[in-house]
Design a protein around this ligand. Structure first.
Ligand code: URA
Length: 432
């Protein structure tokens, strides 16, 4: 609709002006602008101006709740009432090497809950769960709503792509925020994440809010505000929601990429795997099972006795994947070695995430393909002792030019010191 055209009710210019001047948007303004933008009746430049005004001026809790409700109402809300098990999902705000959804979803299903995980693809330096699973030969991300509900009922574990009808306002707005430097607005992040999770129909939700260089919240204070906002939104929509703030200054585990992260997730399901990945998987599983009311379940036992692995195999097979098929292996590899004796004090998550992305594991634009085999392997983690010449990192790529691109500066990702660093906590805080 043209700016300034005569009409009854809100206009985009009025809504933008209200927020630009620090005012509170009315329910009617919010309902109208979200619906009109989704229909195409509000122009991208007007929504961009509003997103920037929201970033600069903020929103009250009431405005955020109404904005989220309007985003949910822009599409369909899935009905999971036919699933007999309690439903509970997990959402991570995105981290480097964050493959936790892969072991966690079948593990929680093996303990009696149903996990309706609608996921996305990666953009930028944090990887996407669907990209990782697509490294498994035959596995497909697209399911119809009927297939999604059937798999949830039969196996209890589904990870698939969110359909176009789920919170379409968010799909449009998120793409716009990405190109207008307005992703970072806490009201917009919280409503974006929660509108999709509430529309997905889950009864309970555990949020893993990442903090550190590899996350898009680098301060605990911002992460806490985001977590609190999302927990309150869950409560307002009758979704039992808790949030953990977890450290993302170091990549999770020893792998950052697609196939190599799947392999590491399978190690965890087989009862092994890196200690931090096991710890976070079990911590989140306990939170999810508590939120689902399954307080007697023992996820550590389900990892030990093979039930979680059986559930993983069933979940992968149900979506056409072959859980026994060999995973793709990169043609090119290069080791980065220590130039002195010492201890690993830090492995910077952001530097490693950007390197994995440039090696081919991630995409710059949403239509770009990703390499299944590319990525970075951490041969040493913080706290490990090293001798000069020991391997620190391994770069993997499909072509030598990708490795050559990443080599300058990659050694700076690992900081060596004379003394071992103090132990840091993986879980920083719980909000719920
Ligand atoms: N992830 C989302 O789904 N939305 C945001 O706004 C940020 C991260």
């Amino acid at each position: 609709m043209a700016a300034g055209s005569a009409q009854v009710g809100p206009t985009a210019v009025d809504v933008i002006r209200t927020k630009r001047d620090g005012g509170r948007l009315s329910d009617a303004q919010i309902d109208w602008i979200v619906a009109a933008y989704t229909r195409g009746d509000v122009a991208d430049e007007q929504m961009s101006a509003l997103a920037m005004a929201i970033l600069l001026r903020g929103m009250t809790a009431g405005e955020i709740a109404r904005w989220t409700a309007a985003m949910i109402a822009s599409g369909e809300r899935l009905d999971l009432s036919g699933v007999a098990r309690p439903t509970v999902d997990k959402h991570s705000t995105g981290g480097v090497g964050d493959k936790i959804t892969l072991p966690l979803t079948p593990l929680v299903a093996a303990c009696g809950a149903a996990v309706p995980q609608l996921s996305g693809r990666g953009l930028g330096h944090t990887g996407g769960t669907l990209d990782k699973l697509e490294a498994i030969p035959g596995w497909r991300a697209q399911l119809t709503n009927a297939q999604f509900v059937r798999q949830l009922r039969d196996i209890g574990a589904v990870v698939c792509a969110a359909g176009d009808h789920l919170a379409p306002a968010d799909r449009k707005l998120y793409a716009l925020r990405d190109v207008t430097a307005t992703v970072e607005a806490i009201p917009l992040i919280a409503s974006s994440i929660m509108s999709k999770k509430i529309a997905e129909g889950t009864e309970a939700l555990v949020l893993d809010v990442k903090v550190g260089t590899g996350a898009f919240m680098s301060s605990v204070a911002d992460a806490r505000e985001l977590a609190r906002t999302m927990v309150d939104l869950g409560a307002a929509h009758d979704v039992r929601t808790v949030a953990l703030l977890t450290d993302m200054s170091t990549p999770l585990g020893r792998t950052v990429g697609n196939a190599i992260e799947v392999a590491e997730a399978v190690e965890v399901l087989a009862g092994g795997g890196p200690a931090d990945v096991v710890e976070l998987t079990l911590t989140l599983a306990r939170e999810m099972l508590d939120a689902a009311g399954l307080t007697d379940a023992d996820p550590a036992a389900a990892l030990r006795d093979g039930r979680a692995m059986d559930s993983w195999r069933a979940m992968i097979r149900a979506q056409g994947g072959d859980p026994s098929a060999p995973l793709p292996v990169a043609a090119e590899a290069e080791l980065i070695r220590a130039d002195r004796d010492g201890y690993v004090a830090a492995v910077d998550a952001r530097t490693v995430g950007v390197a994995a992305w440039r090696l081919g594991a991630g995409r710059a634009r949403k239509e770009d393909p990703v390499s299944a085999a590319a990525g970075v392997i951490l041969h040493r983690r913080p706290g490990d002792a090293v001798r000069a010449g020991d391997p620190l990192l391994e770069l993997r790529a499909d072509t030598p030019d990708r490795i050559a691109d990443v080599l300058p500066g990659i050694a700076d990702a690992v900081r060596l010191t004379d003394q071992p660093p103090p132990d840091g906590d993986l879980v920083i805080e719980r909000i719920g």
